[in-house]
Design a protein around this ligand. Structure first.
Ligand code: ADP
Ligand code: MG
Ligand code: MG
Length: 365
């Protein structure tokens, strides 16, 4: 279906000018589209929702609408005048829905385009890391009092480490591709660290750590940085927003922003947590977090970085042992290389644990 035809289904006024693929997301098909409204060019962000990953599009969009409307109200109460730059705004269809289903089976949605702001795939400065930390914490803090039922659990068991551990153990036991012998050090590391997966569920059971509304895809490019002020102005990519732990969001930020390397870096020696990066991230996150996180959540921030990195490492290892069926691979041993970078980062965090803990302590002093 033509983009122009899809755009027509939404409450977008003006004449269609153009539409192009946009951004570097891996999940949805994203387009920037422009219309001419009385001589002014107005841009929108059009996305074809990946309904293989998110089969319940109705519930997905209900989550997103609830979250964005709540945040908008908050920014409004805080006196901001540029609310449509500070949180995503869902554009409705003419029939009042939040998405459009085309006759070829595509689910489409539209957001107002956040102008003059950029999402960086790789952070260029520590300030950007700080801003991303602060933006995700602000996002969580705004949602502590979202009214109504809990949000829909869009991917059940997303953070269920025990379930993922069981999948690893099954893959190891089967060893269908005779690869376990190539990964004996990694397998040992994984088995030695399996205790980690009990820690946060136990804290939740005891009531020491609350279930919150969390983002669950806290990559640095999911915060748009204002081109002029360098502020982390808008949290985007809300598909995975659902009930979860604040610590998972922070942990994934640690995983994705504190090592200056790619996830599949082959030179393992250069992978590792850089203290200055961690400090920027922590200070940004805690600039907001100190006002809403409880003592236990703060106590486990460093652990969360290890846990999430360990979990992703284990998923790469599981996929390696299972014949590379989940993550796309571009070379032999690609998933094993990815696993190694994650475990190296876990070890690097462990080695620097005392320094990291004292940085955390400084933020609440
Ligand atoms: P994915 O889930 O595929 O990562 P995203 O929702 O993150 O999809 O969108 C892909 C890219 O499109 C983002 O990284 C960002 O650069 C851009 N983008 C998304 N939403 C907006 C928006 N409302 N305004 C401007 N750019 C946006
Ligand atoms: Mg994204
Ligand atoms: Mg996404």
């Amino acid at each position: 279906m033509q983009l122009e035809q899809i755009v027509k289904q939404f409450q977008i006024y003006g004449d269609f000018v153009e539409g192009h693929p946009y951004g570097s997301g891996h999940i949805n098909d994203t387009y920037k589209v422009s219309v001419n409204l009385s001589g002014t060019k107005v841009n929108y962000l059009l996305q074809r929702i990946n309904n293989a990953i998110f089969p319940n599009v109705e519930k997905l969009m209900e989550n997103i609408t609830r979250v964005t409307e709540h945040c908008a109200e908050k920014f409004c109460q805080m006196g901001y005048s540029d609310i449509s730059r500070r949180c995503l705004t869902v554009v409705k269809t003419h029939s009042g829905g939040s998405f459009y289903f085309d006759h070829e089976g595509g689910y489409w949605r539209v957001y107002l385009f956040v102008e003059d702001a950029t999402g960086f795939d790789v952070p260029e400065t520590n300030e950007q890391i700080y801003q991303a930390g602060a933006a995700f914490a602000r996002f969580q803090s705004m949602l502590v009092d979202i009214p109504g039922e809990p949000l829909y659990e869009i991917i059940p068991g997303f953070h269920d480490g025990k379930k993922r551990l069981a999948a690893f153990e099954n893959a190891l036991e089967a060893d269908r591709f005779n690869r376990a012998a190539n990964a004996s050090a990694e397998i040992k590391y994984q088995l030695d660290n399996a205790w980690m997966f009990d820690v946060l569920p136990d804290l939740v059971k005891k009531g020491a750590v609350p279930i919150r509304v969390t983002h669950n895809d806290t990559k640095i490019n999911n915060v748009l940085i204002d081109d002029k002020t360098a502020e982390g102005v808008c949290v985007i990519d809300l598909d995975t927003v659902m009930p979860g732990l604040s610590l998972y969001d922070f942990g994934d930020l640690v995983r994705t922003s504190t090592s200056p390397t790619q996830e599949d870096e082959k030179n393992i020696d250069i992978v590792g947590l850089r203290l200055d990066r961690f400090e920027s991230l922590l200070n940004g996150f805690m600039s907001v977090g100190r006002d809403y996180l409880n003592k236990t959540e703060i106590e486990y921030l460093v652990f969360a970085g290890k846990l999430i990195t360990m979990t992703i490492g284990m998923r790469f290892l599981t996929d390696y042992l299972s014949g590379d069926t989940y993550f796309k691979v571009h070379r032999e041993g690609h998933n094993l290389d990815r696993c190694r970078t994650q475990y190296k980062l876990v070890q690097s965090i462990t080695d620097q644990q005392d320094e990291l803990e004292s940085l955390v302590a400084d933020t609440v002093r």
